[in-house]
Design a protein around this ligand. Structure first.
Ligand SMILES: [Zn+2]
Length: 134
C-alpha cells in the first residue's frame, strides 16, 4: 500500500498515512457545516494503525460535542482540521483536504443530504473560474 503525506495549513501538524481508505463521505449535517465553516465535511475513514504522526501532535486540540458522537480536531495554531480518532477509538477520520495527494477511493456519497445548506443546490450550477472573479 502506498503512502500519502498530509498536513495542516501552517505545517505544524504533519503525518504520513497508508493510502487504503475504507469510506469517503461528504457530510452535509449542520454540525459539519459549523465545524468546517462550509457546505460539507469531506471525510475519509480508515484503520487507526494506518497513520504515523511526523510533527505537531502536541498542537492538536480536540472538541467532543457534549451528548453526541461528534468530534473535531484541529491545529491549535491556525485552526486547520486534522485526522482524529472516533470516540470508540476504532476508526480514524481523515479530512480529505488535509491530504497532500489523491486518496485511494473517490467520494461514495453525500450524507445528511436533507440538512444541506439552503444555497448548496444553486452553488453546484454556478460558473467555474480558475481564479478570483474580477
Ligand atoms: Zn456531519
Amino acid at each position: 500500500m502506498d503512502k500519502l503525506l498530509g498536513s495542516c495549513l501552517c505545517g505544524t501538524v504533519s503525518f504520513e498515512i497508508a493510502n487504503g481508505f475504507e469510506h469517503f463521505q461528504l457530510c452535509h449535517c449542520r454540525q459539519c457545516q459549523k465545524t468546517t465553516g462550509s457546505a460539507h465535511a469531506s471525510n475519509l475513514f480508515t484503520d487507526p494503525s494506518h497513520i504515523s504522526w511526523l510533527s505537531g501532535q502536541g498542537a492538536i486540540v480536540r472538541f467532543n460535542l457534549p451528548g453526541r458522537r461528534i468530534s473535531n480536531a484541529f491545529c491549535s495554531k491556525y485552526g486547520s482540521r486534522v485526522p482524529f480518532l472516533s470516540l470508540s477509538g476504532e476508526i480514524l477520520a481523515v479530512p480529505a483536504g488535509s491530504l497532500d495527494g489523491t486518496p485511494s477511493i473517490a467520494p461514495q456519497g453525500n450524507i445528511f443530504w436533507s440538512e444541506r445548506a439552503d444555497w448548496y443546490d444553486q452553488a453546484a450550477g454556478t460558473p467555474r473560474y480558475d481564479a478570483f472573479i474580477e
